[in-house]
Design a protein around this ligand. Structure first.
Ligand code: BMP
Length: 220
């Protein structure tokens, strides 16, 4: 997937009409159970007529079942899929195998953005990122709430793309996430709970551009 804008909107809301405001302003829409359960898989096709869709049901099963889930999602028209990494390399490989037939990108959750991720997950995020790389994933999910984790993971797997949730409502900054190595930030409530969606997106876009400029300067 290409992240020219550096922004993915997480649409965990029935406010489906904002799709029109997102067109040409973001790289992709991320949807998960809050939209898929009430609306069904057909929502993927509806959104993908406007923007690429990343389905985030954090797939976390045995390899056989992971493969089946990915096949169903790929046949529904997704551009990207998010899978958990703690299940291990065989489960991740199954997602990559199924998705590569459809040229669909797989992103592996290396470390989550909420405080509870510090209880178990964060102490294994480096290993998960390495496994994601070895299994052929296109990228990882890393927390904007912990830019230091993004930086560390970016150094461990520089060839992988990083998409980063936790911006806005959860306290993370788009500027810091991009500066630390993220290719795109994932933003939900701060966008879809705002009256003027285009205005807030242009503010986030400005932060992303400023961070990219800073990174270019640092690279020299
Ligand atoms: P919000 O900006 O409203 O907090 O939404 C964040 C989105 O990113 C949600 O869809 C959530 O499922 C997802 N997400 C997250 O917040 N943290 C993670 O570590 C992984 C996620 O997928």
């Amino acid at each position: 997937m290409r992240f020219e804008k550096g922004i993915i909107v997480a649409l965990d809301s029935p406010r489906f009409e904002i799709i029109e405001d997102l067109k040409n302003e973001v790289d992709a829409v991320k949807i998960g159970y809050p939209l898929l359960l009430p609306r069904g898989l057909k929502v993927i096709q509806e959104i993908s007529e406007v923007l690429p869709v990343i389905v985030d049901i954090k797939i976390a099963d045995v390899p056989y079942v992971n493969e089946k889930i990915c096949e169903i999602l790929c046949e529904s028209g997704v551009s990207g899929i998010i899978a958990h990494g703690f299940t291990g390399s065989d489960s991740i490989r199954a997602c990559v195998r199924a998705s590569s037939n459809f040229k669909v990108s797989v992103f592996v959750v290396a470390e989550m953005s909420h405080p509870g991720a510090l209880e178990f997950m964060s102490s294994h995020s480096d290993e998960i990122a390495r496994i994601a790389m070895l299994c052929g994933a296109e990228g990882i999910v890393a927390p904007a709430t912990r830019p230091e984790s993004i930086k560390r993971l970016h150094n461990i797997v520089p060839e992988l793309k990083i998409i980063s949730p936790g911006v806005g409502t959860q306290g993370g900054s788009a500027y810091e996430a991009i500066l630390s190595g993220a290719d795109a930030v994932i933003i939900g409530r701060s966008v879809y709970e705002t009256e003027d969606v285009k205005e807030i997106l242009s503010e986030f876009q400005e932060e992303v551009e400023r961070a990219r400029e800073e990174r270019r300067k640092l690279r020299g």
